[in-house]
Design a protein around this ligand. Structure first.
Ligand SMILES: [Zn+2]
Length: 118
């Protein structure tokens, strides 16, 4: 378990580096603010805000934070690339963990994205 978790973390780091920088991938974007509310098992919630700048990695996959969930995640990549393509400045919605393993706890997430263009 420990090793699988470590491997998953290294894999995420590799994906993050592979994603490239915001300034290369999305030069038209000045700033992205992602506000997330994680909900685990319908009760505990956690608020998290992420900021992306031109020097940030264009990596929008968040880990699940669920107990026992090793390589699940909540992926905002599609949401964000669609926003940029349509030049939208705000979006909100919900995501579920991609890992459907019933023996682990998984998180749901409500998100709000606001975007500023250069
Ligand atoms: Zn999960």
């Amino acid at each position: 378990m420990y090793n699988r978790k470590n491997e998953a973390r290294e894999e995420r780091l590799r994906q993050k580096l592979d994603a490239g920088l915001m300034s290369d991938r999305f030069p038209e974007v000045a700033n992205i603010v992602v506000r997330m509310k994680y909900v685990k098992e319908g009760t505990t919630s956690l608020l998290r805000t992420l900021n992306f700048y031109p020097g940030s990695h264009a990596f929008f996959r968040m880990s699940c934070l669920g107990e026992g969930c090793v390589d699940g995640g909540l992926d905002l990549t599609r949401v964000i690339t669609m926003m940029i393509r349509n030049h939208k400045t705000s979006a909100k919605g919900e995501l579920r963990c991609e890992n459907k393993d019933p023996s682990a706890v998984h998180a749901d997430m409500a998100y709000e994205v606001s975007m500023k263009y250069a």
